[in-house]
Design a binder for this molecule. Structure first.
Ligand SMILES: [Zn+2]
Length: 134
């Protein structure tokens, strides 16, 4: 079973079948948002009072150290670390835009792309920027 870590504090973000994030919407309301740990599965859970609009850009934060998870490769992409079964780290980038399905997972050598909207960001896959985390 793979785990997800905050890139800053390296604490665990996965609990059971959820990755737990703190998010802020465009109205600056904060909430917890639970995402699936399975790449390509875009099921999410939130409290019913927290409003999300399709196309709205959220801000993702680590719920433990409160650091913004915005990546430095694109303002729409958040960054977390995936720890695989063998203990190897992978960088995972996913869209912070509500309803946009694009995820990139890389071990520094190859990039695995998921989501039907990933084409919007594919130019990153050939850059060297994925490598700089290693
Ligand atoms: Zn953290």
């Amino acid at each position: 079973m793979h785990d997800f870590l905050c890139p800053k504090c390296r604490e665990h973000l996965r609990v059971g079948e959820n990755i737990i994030f703190k998010v802020k919407n465009s109205k600056k309301q904060s909430a917890l948002l639970l995402l699936s740990p399975h790449i390509g599965n875009y099921t999410s859970h939130k409290h019913r009072t927290f409003e999300l609009q399709t196309g709205e850009s959220l801000e993702y934060y680590c719920p433990l150290c409160n650091t913004s998870l915005i990546s430095d490769i694109h303002k729409n992409l958040a960054h977390v670390i995936l720890l695989d079964d063998s203990g190897q780290s992978h960088n995972v980038y996913f869209s912070q835009v509500v309803g946009e399905h694009s995820t990139f997972e890389t071990d520094g050598e190859s990039v695995h792309i998921a989501g039907e909207d990933a084409g919007r960001y594919t130019y990153f896959k050939i850059g060297d920027k994925f490598r700089k985390y290693f």
